[in-house]
Design a protein around this ligand. Structure first.
Ligand code: CP3
Length: 370
């Protein structure tokens, strides 16, 4: 296991300070999917290598993780390891293709199909390539910015494993949770155990913050989120911190991105065990701040679609977002990580993303009065 002291010293700790709720002179900023199809240099790599080949080859994963860091050097405050949430179902024995969206040729159609999954999953073997990529990337970053590790939330992964891909109605996943609630809860916890091992392994390999993506949280009613998603999310945050503490590995901040579930912000802030809550763009930042009452940090939340609107729109919307997160000009900025409210989409001009970073820097800064 690489020790922290073996890595180059961190030069920019804005992200980690904001995640811990500390005061920052401006908001740290990064974007979800920052290594992605809007970048020509990413598309070049993808011409030669299939999606999961990039994930599984540490040199390639390191290269694409670094692409946005190089392009936006000095403007972006975090890197996120290039991988995918669907490596967990793969580790559990399922086949997943990317063509161009995710496709499972043999999804779990009924609880009887659970027997197709591996009884036990040794993440240190199945997902060793993730840990190697994390360590290699952490060295290659040379301390410029911190490295984020991640996994999918059990509910989101469960839905993919059962639907076999994206879905509009979630017919199959909903059939499971409402017809077979006990079997569903068991499967959700099996997925959670693999997530815990993946997250712990990433920290041991060098990840400095962890994010859990519950991209489909908003498909559940508040009551069903509490029943079918929250228990595994709480289990993950508590187990990861417990294991790290018991092995004397420094605990890292954890972010939960419960997309579409801002109704749950107040209770997540009090009880989920995450340090940062990620926001989608469906909530006004000032309202989110009120809901969490300073108990956790917040991340987000510009509509990714704003990046299609050109420079004036980007500046206008970023200024509004910053004013809403900052509140009163005289109150110091603390506990906010600027980001989009979901991943950056293909077709965005990379220079417009640069402008987004520049606008965040300007309008989130203490010295800019709003
Ligand atoms: O953020 C990053 O830059 C790190 C890499 C990352 C990817 N996927 C790379 C990727 C991360 C953190 C993810 C998470 C992920 N993957 C989520 C959660 C976040 C979210 O968007 O809600 C989900 C639901 C997935 C599953 C997935 N992977 C989908 C639905 C798709 C296809 C649709 C799309 O947005 O492209 C992918 C493919 C994928 N994962 C791409 C990238 C860069 C594009 C595919 C390609 O290169 O051809």
């Amino acid at each position: 296991m690489p020790q922290n002291s073996e890595f180059p010293p961190l030069e920019n700790d804005l992200l980690l300070r904001a995640a811990r709720g500390e005061e920052t002179e401006r908001a740290p900023v990064w974007v979800m999917r920052q290594a992605g199809r809007y970048l020509p240099e990413f598309l070049e790599v993808r011409k030669k290598h299939e999606f999961f080949e990039v994930c599984r080859t540490p040199e390639l994963a390191t290269e694409v993780t670094l692409q946005p860091i190089r392009r936006y050097s000095g403007l972006v405050d975090a890197s996120i390891i290039f991988c995918d949430i669907l490596v967990v179902p793969q580790a559990m024995g399922m086949e997943v293709l990317m063509n161009p969206g995710p496709h499972f040729p043999d999804p779990l159609r009924s609880p009887a199909d659970i027997s197709k999954l591996k009884e036990t999953v040794d993440v240190n073997i199945e997902l060793k390539y993730v840990f190697e990529a994390v360590t290699m990337t952490r060295h290659a970053l040379k301390g410029e910015v911190p490295l984020i590790g991640f996994c999918g939330a059990p509910w989101t992964l469960f839905a993919y494993m059962i639907e076999g891909g994206g879905s509009k109605t979630f017919q199959n996943a909903k059939t499971w949770i409402f017809k077979y609630p006990e079997e569903s809860k068991k499967l959700l916890m099996r997925i959670a155990d693999v997530c815990v091992d993946l997250l712990v392994g990433q920290v041991k390999a060098g990840a400095q913050l962890l994010q859990v993506f519950d991209s489909w949280a908003g498909e559940l009613s508040p009551h069903d989120f509490e029943t079918f998603s929250l228990p595994s999310l709480v289990y993950i945050s508590s187990r990861v911190k417990e294991i790290l503490a018991s092995e004397n590995v420094p605990i890292v901040p954890m972010t939960l991105f419960p997309k579409g579930a801002s109704y749950a912000l107040a209770s997540l802030a009090s009880t989920s065990g995450y340090d940062v809550l990620g926001l989608d763009w469906i909530i006004e930042p000032s309202e989110a701040r009120r809901a969490v009452g300073g108990k956790v940090s917040l991340q987000g939340n510009l509509d990714p679609g704003v990046l299609y609107g050109g420079r004036d729109a980007i500046e206008r919307e970023v200024r509004h977002m910053c004013a809403s997160f900052r509140g009163d000009n005289n109150v110091p900025l603390r506990g906010w990580i600027a980001n989009l409210g979901h991943g950056i989409t293909p077709g965005v001009d990379p220079e417009d993303l640069r402008w987004f970073f520049e606008c965040v820097r300007k309008y989130s800064s203490k010295s800019t009065k709003l």
